[in-house]
Design a binder for this molecule. Structure first.
Ligand code: IMP
Length: 179
């Protein structure tokens, strides 16, 4: 598994420290709002875990599963809802937690849906941002790290459902997905 990684971009320590920093900002911005942290499965799992542990305010944790990649390394622009949120979002302050923003299609669709359902506010906290990949206008309010346009895995991010358990974010060797 580790042999398939070309370069380690971010270590566990770096990501945990950044999550703690973002959590403190969220604590301030959402102090009296009882927000919903809405993780997008499955990639956001380690990062939402880091964030929630550091947020010392009342917060609910929810998940949605939407897919845009279908196993490859390039976004298709098609977004499917595989698992919907379990609660009503009407009047709620939603903080979507994402692993990485690339084209922006996924968040564009999810944000529009939550607003349509009457959410009081919708913001995004993402572990990683790849702005060079953007196709739709999408500026997450809370960004962990901005990275170059490479295909990365680990810390929740997958290639064909593998590598999510790597304790760091690394660039996948091209030969792994070219074969
Ligand atoms: P977007 O809809 O193109 O912004 O893509 C968002 C989703 O695509 C993320 O939640 C990831 O699941 C996936 N994705 C985008 N870039 C990468 C990457 O470099 N590695 C692994 N998954 C990625």
């Amino acid at each position: 598994m580790h042999n398939d990684i070309k370069e380690i971009l971010l270590t566990t320590e770096q990501i945990e420290a950044k999550a703690a920093e973002l959590a403190k900002q969220l604590e301030i911005d959402y102090a009296d709002k009882k927000p919903v942290l809405l993780g997008l499965l499955k990639g956001s799992v380690p990062f939402i875990g880091d964030l929630m542990k550091c947020m010392n305010i009342p917060v609910q944790i929810e998940f949605m599963d939407v897919s845009s990649y279908h196993g490859g390394t390039a976004s298709t622009g098609q977004v499917k809802i595989l698992k919907d949120i379990d609660i009503s979002v009407e009047g709620r302050h939603i903080i979507i937690v994402e692993d990485i923003v690339d084209t922006g299609f996924t968040l564009d669709k999810v944000i529009a849906l939550l607003k349509h359902r009457g959410a009081a506010s919708v913001e995004v906290v993402t572990m990683l941002d790849k702005p060079e990949g953007r196709v739709v206008v999408m500026e997450p309010k809370y960004i962990g790290f901005t990275i170059p346009k490479a295909f990365v895995v680990g810390y929740g991010l997958d290639y064909d459902e593998y590598y999510r358990n790597l304790p760091y974010v690394g660039i996948l060797k091209e030969e792994v997905y070219m074969n």
